[in-house]
Design a protein around this ligand. Structure first.
Ligand code: ADP
Ligand code: ZN
Length: 630
């Protein structure tokens, strides 16, 4: 079934979207927002961006995931005459966006390696005649001669370059074809360009402006805060038990569980299935058919957990992911923030949880050292990992730490993260830190953390005996404390920047200038006391999605979910494309009695009102108490 025919069987009220298409060219953006997307007001910078681009200006939009970047180009695409070309790096993302737009009655298509010949010809013809509003294309298209010719023959309204950070070689998502995109767009100086990304660091920003030829553009930088996400971090003691503790209050919700290795992905997915969760594995080593099926199951499903390596998620547009759990320390804070940003794109409460331990920190370091990258690049990656560890070990408000990292000021005390809800207890660890630092100095700063702990604890390992470190004054000074204590103390010394492993030291920990101040007794060190068990209560308040609904309305909410699932199945699209959770919640709150009132529900645009209104009203009427149905 071709995309345009998908809705032809959607009920008596639905016609062919192309034939009853309404033009929005020149119309007021707020009116388009309401009529097409069913939203009453722009969020944050959206209004300013949309007005700037409709007026023909170029824009670079830096906005966190879930901030609402898509509307920043979709509304200008409808308001400006001609076709908008959207560059998008991932097939699944394109399909998602096209499905969503078509559900809202917008004429959209995608050109990529999966588009068959007939579909490609249909889209190409529609581009030439301006009978399509948005075309999503893979960046590789821009290298194709015939595509560039097509651009020359068509009325182009706008170039939208999504995930624009893919043009930066420093990032983890570098796509060489993005360089060509910049060059080709420059050949059409009268067509405005909008580049969008959820990545904020200054190096990437400079790269985007340079490589996409965006000099002179207006930069719109939104706060990267995601107020609806609650952050928490635990030290790994028994990962499986800790993970179950986190998941227990979240049964039936969509989530992503990230693991560092493929084999761990498989094991954790199997473990969760055995515990009765609908969990599917996803990693690059899986058979491509199975991988696609698992991804589809997650995207279309409700209450599915994807257990995945970080390859999963980029370009997944599912707005109702309620949690993201990391079972190992991520490579750096930028990546972590982007990964956790996949939770709660719909603005409803969501959780970001992470468990970390020394083992995964060491594994990360090994990966960097053994990579093919040159020394400078390895140094940067080590430094970025260090910042990530700092986040994990911090005693401060986690939100404040992240936002400051992105260059934003934040007063701290967000009131939502684990540190705000359960302030970390600190102890004076100056003496203990001195022991570790001294062990490093006395062993000529050539050894890694494990060996330093052995020295302090007085372990007679083979290596200790060989190096005669038994003779050091520090040997055994900390024998009265368990290894776990020393591991934590060491991690915090690293996090506080007292010890670090410079490139070329092969993992040897060196005492920094600050560390030397500690040794001289000029600086005190506070260590965080272990919190012990995970506290599910810390975030469980956020867990229950429909929690704000009065008890009596929950059956209606569930009934609406069932109807949504049925329609989604009929049309083979994900449930959220029919309506996001927010719309169902608003429906319950408003209890519309007719199609006009139905149109006032958040997220109900004209096309969806006509297409689904009758069926939803039917369910609403069945649940109306004490009143006769309309
Ligand atoms: P991004 O691309 O920045 O990650 P999206 O464009 O996917 O974010 O938007 C995230 C969610 O927010 C989507 O479900 C979208 O429909 C919704 N959204 C965007 N703008 C608004 C708005 N002005 N009012 C209500 N919801 C919005
Ligand atoms: Zn906080």
């Amino acid at each position: 079934m071709g995309p345009l025919s998908r809705f032809s069987d959607a009920g008596a009220t639905a016609g062919n979207p192309a034939s009853r298409h309404e033009s929005f060219v020149g119309r007021d953006p707020a009116e388009i927002l309401s009529a097409v997307f069913g939203y009453k007001a722009f969020r944050g910078d959206q209004a300013g961006i949309v007005a700037h681009v409709i007026g023909g200006g170029d824009a670079l939009v830096l906005m966190p995931t879930g901030g609402g970047k898509s509307l920043c180009y979709q509304i200008p695409a409808l308001a400006r005459p001609g076709v908008t070309i959207v560059v998008s790096p991932l097939l699944s993302l394109m399909r998602n966006q096209v499905d969503e737009l078509e559900a809202a009655g917008v004429r959209a298509g995608a050109l990529n390696s999966q588009t068959d010949y007939a579909e490609a010809s249909r889209i190409t013809a529609a581009v030439r005649t301006g009978r399509i509003d948005l075309v999503y294309v893979a960046p590789e298209r821009f290298e194709v001669e015939s595509f560039q010719r097509l651009l020359g023959q068509a009325p182009i309204a706008l170039f939208a370059i999504d995930e624009a950070h893919c043009v930066s070689q420093w990032g983890h998502d570098f796509r060489p074809s993005y360089l060509e995109v910049g060059r080709v767009c420059a050949k059409f100086p009268s067509v405005p360009r909008i580049a969008l990304t959820g990545t904020a660091d200054p190096v990437t920003e400079r790269d985007m402006i340079e490589r996409l030829n965006l000099s002179g553009v207006r930069v719109f930088r939104t706060s990267f805060d995601r107020p609806n996400i609650a952050y928490s971090v635990v030290e790994k003691t028994d990962l499986r038990r800790q993970l179950l503790g986190f998941l227990a209050p979240r049964r039936g919700q969509n989530g992503i569980v990230y693991c560092l290795s493929r084999s761990k992905v498989e094991k954790i997915a199997e473990f969760l299935r055995a515990q009765g969760y609908d969990a599917v594995p996803y990693h690059a080593g899986l058979d491509s058919q199975i991988r696609r099926e698992n991804q589809d199951h997650f995207i279309r499903g409700d209450g599915v957990i994807a257990v995945a390596t970080v390859a999963f998620g980029m370009g997944i547009n599912k707005p109702d992911v309620r949690f993201v759990a990391h079972t190992d320390i991520p490579a750096n804070l930028e990546a972590y923030y982007q990964e956790t940003g996949r939770a709660g794109r719909d603005g409803l409460p969501a959780a970001a949880w992470m468990a970390y331990g020394s083992q995964d920190i060491l594994e990360r370091r090994r990966q960097i050292d053994e990579s093919q990258a040159d020394a400078a690049f390895k140094r940067i990656r080590h430094h970025r990992l260090q910042t990530m560890i700092g986040y994990a070990e911090t005693a401060q408000c986690r939100r404040a730490v992240v936002l400051r990292f992105f260059g934003e000021s934040h007063p701290g005390f967000c009131g939502q993260c684990d540190r705000c809800l359960h302030p970390a207890e600190k102890i004076d660890g100056t003496r203990e830190a001195q022991m570790l630092l001294s062990a490093s100095v006395r062993t000529c700063e050539r050894y890694g953390g494990g060996h330093l702990i052995d020295v302090v604890m007085g372990e007679r390992t083979k290596k200790i005996l060989e190096t005669r470190h038994t003779e050091l004054p520090t040997f055994g000074v900390g024998a009265d404390r368990p290894r776990e204590f020393w591991q934590r103390a060491l991690r915090q010394c690293i996090a506080l920047g007292l010890l670090w492993s410079p490139p070329g030291s092969h993992g040897g920990l060196v005492v920094t200038t600050e560390g030397r101040r500690v040794l001289r007794g000029e600086r005190k060190v506070e260590l965080i006391k272990p919190s012990g068990v995970t506290r599910p209560a810390a975030v469980s308040k956020m867990a229950d999605l429909a929690g704000d609904l009065p008890e009596g309305q929950k059956p209606l909410f569930e009934a609406l979910r069932v109807l949504r699932a049925a329609i989604a199945r009929e049309q083979s699209v994900p449930a959220y494309i029919i309506f996001p959770d927010r719309t169902l919640i608003d429906m319950v709150a408003r209890m519309p009695r007719n199609l006009t009132e139905f149109g006032a529900v958040i997220g109900v645009g004209e096309a969806k009102r006509v297409r689904y209104g009758v069926r939803f009203l039917e369910v609403l009427n069945q649940h109306r108490v004490g009143e006769a149905p309309d």
